[in-house]
Design a protein around this ligand. Structure first.
Ligand SMILES: NC(=O)c1ccc[n+]([C@@H]2O[C@H](COP(=O)([O-])OP(=O)(O)OC[C@H]3O[C@@H](n4cnc5c(N)ncnc54)[C@H](OP(=O)(O)O)[C@@H]3O)[C@@H](O)[C@H]2O)c1
Length: 292
């Protein structure tokens, strides 16, 4: 029996096999790499993706050298052609996948700065990229209540309690009425305000604002997708690793990428009976979005 990975020291059995396929985006470094390493260590077939061919192949080779069944495939989540090519490869070469971890993301801010200079790239990568890939791979996710999972690596910076705009809060909290168009409309409105310089004082999250809006939108999309897929054998959850020492934080943080990757892998591999959907995991603790 494989050791418990869910972190609670329980006797959960490995439900996966060597044929279980997990795709991890942005896995050439940081938390994504650590997460891919843990999944490979557990005997899954891992597709390690990265936007840079050389860095991705080197990262995959390092995991193969320790015995992992790891394949590299180039994927730039912000590029529609790259996403389409990746989905086509999955269809023809793998037939399907079981786990999708949307980990790839960018931030251009220093720890204590708040520039929105690269807001378009941040939104295109962290929100639209994750969404575009998810929608492209949905038909290829093998539907099974015990195995099929989407885990979006998100951030507490994008929780609803960081949003002060009352109208947007009301919209995001009204789960019965919320639509994809509403979420994309919110993102467009933010980018338009960035464009004309009027975004300050409008109730957007105050820390790493463009990044926080990207995660706010990702969280809302995840919640909507979880509801859309309810009863169809795919769970959708978000995970915030907390302040972690990676390139994104310029090496600052409370924990290592390895620690964060291990917890993320544990969530991706939760035993079927413990697998929720539509939850936001702050470290290992599932929370209801609406309570935050
Ligand atoms: N570190 C933290 O404190 C923290 C806290 C909360 C949430 N998170 C989240 O955790 C996840 C991993 O972050 P990290 O800290 O490990 O960051 P990181 O070390 O900066 O790694 C980011 C990864 O995303 C990749 N990436 C960026 N743009 C991409 C694109 N367009 N297509 C494909 N891959 C792309 C990068 O590839 P390149 O090498 O090519 O740039 C890199 O592999 C992110 O979703 C992040 O938002 C991190």
């Amino acid at each position: 029996m494989k050791p418990c990975l869910c972190g609670r020291g329980c006797a959960c059995r490995a439900w996966w096999t060597r044929e279980t396929v997990a795709v991890v985006t942005g896995a050439n470094r940081g938390i994504g790499h650590a997460l891919a390493a843990r999944l490979a260590e557990q005997g899954l077939r891992v597709v390690l993706t990265a936007r840079d061919e050389a860095r991705g192949e080197a990262a995959a080779a390092a995991l193969r050298a320790t015995g992992g069944d790891v394949r590299f495939r180039r994927l730039d989540v912000a590029d529609p052609a790259s996403v389409a090519a990746f989905a086509s490869w999955v269809r023809h070469d793998l037939g399907g996948i079981d786990i999708l971890v949307n980990n790839a993301a960018v931030s251009f801010n220093e720890i204590d700065s708040n520039s929105v200079e690269h807001a378009e790239t941040v939104l295109r990568t962290n929100f639209y990229g994750a969404k575009m890939l998810t929608e492209a791979l949905l038909p290829l996710l093998r539907r099974s209540p015990s195995t099929s999972r989407i885990l979006n690596i998100s951030s507490q910076l994008g929780l609803l309690n960081k949003l002060k705009n009352p109208q947007l809060r009301r919209m995001l909290l009204d789960e019965a009425a919320l639509t994809d168009r509403d979420i994309e409309g919110m993102v467009s409105r933010f980018l338009a305000q960035v464009g004309d310089g009027s975004w300050r004082g409008r109730g957007w999250p105050e820390v790493w604002t463009d990044y926080a809006v990207s995660k706010l939108a990702l969280n809302a999309y995840s919640r909507l997708l979880a509801a859309r897929l309810a009863g169809q054998g795919v769970s959708v959850n978000c995970f915030c690793p907390g302040f972690t020492r990676t390139d994104m934080t310029r090496g600052f943080g409370k924990r290592t990428a390895e620690e964060a990757g291990r917890v993320a892998a544990g969530l991706a591999l939760l035993p079927p009976r413990d697998l929720p959907t539509g939850k936001f995991f702050k470290w290992r603790t599932p929370q209801l979005y609406s309570k935050l």
